[in-house]
Write a protein that binds this ligand. Structure first.
Ligand code: PAF
Length: 294
């Protein structure tokens, strides 16, 4: 597999390939099945997939979190090489830039994503989405991808990236891909590597309680569903809830009554020890079910 460490080398290579079939999968490494599902999707849709591995310092509001973020480039390369990476029809190349390559001018930018800049992850991780947007804008500028792939586990990030593309009037198509889960239904995340096997078992309650919320959304009020979720998490000593939001899946505005939206998603951030996990489940999406049945 070809590995590029500088923008110049990568762009030199990209100038030799068809520019209308470049898929891009940005990652921070510690690759798992969730990332691989994005890469495989890109391989199905593009002749070339650029996968980046870059632990982006500007999106971490907590120094310790940045230091503790799992890194294992050799294992990442090994996983990518198992994906038929040199097949001309679905080639993968790896972009492994240094901080200087990505931020040569060290200029900090700020963005306005409206409500997306105010709620949930934005509220609990100040400047997180400025950092995500900075790095994604830079990557898009370097790679000029046709399509870019993001997981729905980071639902708010996906919404922010779509908004960024609209604001900058870019032609890249953003593809959201479903959450991939462990056998016990814990959403796959690089951060799971930092959990003990007991913590992983306890963390499986997050999805279990989200599924219960989905069932209860059929009969109980929003407030009752929220209270039940909060109390269930309180009963598991290993878990500490940071937030639970039940919101409109398009605007991410919290709802008070089910009638407030036709597309409703429950979002959570939960600490397991000092590892912060996020997850989400669609409670209902009437528009999709109506369109799906036509
Ligand atoms: O989701 C991630 O891993 C990161 O936020 C991303 C999109 C690679 C940007 O650094």
């Amino acid at each position: 597999m070809l590995v590029f460490k500088t923008v110049r080398e990568l762009q030199q290579f990209l100038s030799t390939v068809a520019s209308n079939s470049i898929g891009f999968v940005p990652t921070m490494g510690a690759l798992h099945q969730g990332h691989l599902s994005l890469i495989e999707k890109s391989q199905q849709q593009n002749k070339l997939t650029v996968c980046s591995v870059f632990v982006n310092p500007t999106q971490f509001n907590n120094k310790e979190d940045l230091l503790n973020y799992p890194r294992n480039v050799l294992a990442d390369i090994h996983l990518l090489e198992n994906l038929d990476c040199d097949n001309e029809e679905k080639r993968i190349v790896l972009f492994l830039p240094s901080e200087n390559e990505i931020y040569p001018n060290k200029i900090e930018k700020s963005y306005d994503f409206g409500n997306l800049s105010l709620v949930m992850e934005a509220q609990h991780r100040p400047r997180h989405f400025d950092g995500v947007a900075m790095v994604i804008e830079r990557f898009f500028d370097i790679i000029q991808p046709t399509k870019a792939y993001f997981g729905e586990k980071d639902f708010q990030q996906l919404a922010v990236v779509r908004n960024l593309v609209k604001q900058l009037n870019l032609s890249v198509q953003i593809i959201g891909c479903p959450i991939v889960r462990e056998a016990n239904n814990l959403a796959m995340s690089s951060r799971n590597e930092r959990l003990t096997s007991d913590q992983k078992e306890q963390a499986a309650h997050i999805y279990k309680f989200l599924q219960i919320a989905k069932q209860q959304a059929k009969t109980l009020t929003v407030e009752q569903v929220k209270n039940n979720f909060v109390n269930s998490i309180k009963n598991i000593p290993a878990l500490q809830l940071e937030y639970l939001e039940i919101a409109n899946g398009n605007t991410l505005t919290s709802i008070e009554n089910w009638e407030d939206t036709t597309y409703c998603v429950a979002f959570v951030a939960v600490f397991v020890g000092n590892v912060r996990l996020i997850d989400n489940v669609t409670l209902f999406n009437f528009r999709k079910s109506i369109l799906g049945s036509i």
